[in-house]
Design a protein around this ligand. Structure first.
Ligand SMILES: Nc1ncnc2c1ncn2[C@@H]1O[C@H](COP(=O)(O)OP(=O)(O)OP(=O)(O)O)[C@@H](O)[C@H]1O
Ligand SMILES: CC(=O)N[C@H]1[C@@H]2OC[C@@H](O2)[C@@H](O)[C@@H]1O[C@H](C)C(=O)O
Length: 362
């Protein structure tokens, strides 16, 4: 395919299991030329339960119903973007165990290519894992393009607070993301997923909206210390996590009141980020925050108090923090189509820059 600009649509079904985000960008696979339309398709409670029931169950039987949910939700949403020439389809991570079972995202790009009559780029993580990488995070190459787009001239950090947190340190003075020293990225630790699980279990809520519960509680330092004692925090990056790798968190707060448990888990997510920031090769001049956690003022305040640099939502530089991951998979799709790498030693620990992703045509 010619390496000119493409209007691509990316879709992401994140670890929070709330729904599917889709967003268009125009790119040549190097620069962001234009941001386009975006949309969201929530999972119904029944669909979410179907997905939740199979998380971690891979390899396994009986994934048909969950796969159908993923295909239907994505087809419905992506059909509303007829001008997109190419589709980037992340799928729903079912299991992520790069050094063991591998990484698996539910959904078949070939089925979507038929249904939507357009080329679909998908299965972004497998090639990286096959070559010894973590297979995640993959947004960092897009974060590099974002740093260029905002005209950054000094190292900065981008943090995604999704179900899991991931941090990207970017030095925008390099010409390409795969240049040695341009990027360092890794998953910081659990972010919203355990808080969602806590409030779902105890109160039947989706999330601790606006940190209202955490704000009423007190952080239990003993539990926080035990959490930070986890082996994961002693590992050097790159490193990545599966959604439920930190299920011990619920045990650590079992004896606490609802409010204290929420406050302590919010502090755990923030402390994991602070730990992660210590890995930055050069202190970043700001931390730009994307993902749902930036809407949680308690988590944002904890980060602002604990870090030396300004902590700002990505909206402060004109980006859309609800759509950044979907945009990332639109951008990565075009990179794959143009034969460009999507990960490198600094982002996933893979031995050399690699272009992941399969291309399915209708
Ligand atoms: N107003 C809010 N107050 C508190 N938390 C919020 C708020 N809005 C969103 N969140 C949290 O953000 C989560 C959604 O974040 P996001 O959509 O970035 O996650 P994701 O993309 O599914 O995860 P990942 O990036 O790990 O794949 C919600 O499940 C909730 O926990
Ligand atoms: C295996 C997997 O799906 N990982 C997700 C998850 O959600 C956040 C964090 O863990 C990150 O590593 C990744 O998502 C983003 C989009 C990424 O690859 O950059």
């Amino acid at each position: 395919m010619a390496a000119g600009p493409v209007r691509a649509l990316g879709a992401m079904s994140g670890t929070s299991l709330d729904g599917v985000d889709a967003a268009e960008i125009v790119t040549d696979g190097l620069r962001i030329l234009e941001f386009g339309e975006s949309g969201y398709r929530a999972y119904s409670d029944a669909e979410r339960a179907t997905l939740r029931a199979v998380l971690g169950r891979w390899p396994g039987e009986g994934l048909e119903a969950a796969t159908r949910v993923v295909h239907e939700a994505h087809t419905e949403l992506m059909a509303g973007f007829p001008e997109a020439e190419m589709l980037g389809f992340h799928g729903q991570t079912l299991a992520h165990d790069p050094k063991g079972r591998g990484t698996h995202q539910l959904g078949d790009g070939a089925v979507l290519a038929e249904a939507l009559a357009r080329p679909v780029i998908w299965d972004f993580r497998s090639a990286d894992v096959a070559l010894g990488g973590e297979g995640a995070p993959l947004a960092p190459f897009f974060h590099f393009a974002c740093a260029k787009w905002i005209g950054a001239e000094a190292p900065l950090a981008l943090l995604n607070l999704g179900g899991v947190g991931n941090l990207t340190w970017v030095d925008p003075r390099h010409a390409t993301p795969e240049a040695e020293g341009a990027l360092l990225a890794f998953d910081t630790g659990p972010a919203n997923a355990p808080i969602n699980d806590l409030v779902a279990l105890r109160l039947g809520l989706d999330c601790d909206r606006d940190g209202a519960l955490a704000r009423q509680g007190r952080v239990e330092d003993g539990a926080l210390e035990l959490f930070l004692d986890e082996q994961y925090f002693r590992r050097m990056p790159p490193k990545s996590l599966d959604r439920d790798d930190f299920s011990l968190m619920l045990d650590l707060v079992r004896e606490l009141s609802d409010a204290d448990a929420a406050a302590t888990m919010t502090a755990m997510a923030a402390a994991a980020v602070m730990q992660g920031m210590e890995h930055c090769p050069v202190a970043p001049d700001r931390l730009l925050v994307t993902g749902g956690g930036r809407h949680n003022p308690v988590m944002m305040e904890m980060l602002a108090v604990g870090l030396d640099c300004p902590v700002l939502p990505v909206e402060a530089v004109g980006l859309d923090g609800d759509m950044l991951e979907a945009q990332a998979f639109a951008y990565l799709a075009v990179r794959v189509a143009h034969g460009l790498p999507t990960s490198c030693p600094g982002t996933t620990g893979v031995a050399a820059p690699v272009g992941g992703g399969q291309i399915s045509r209708p």
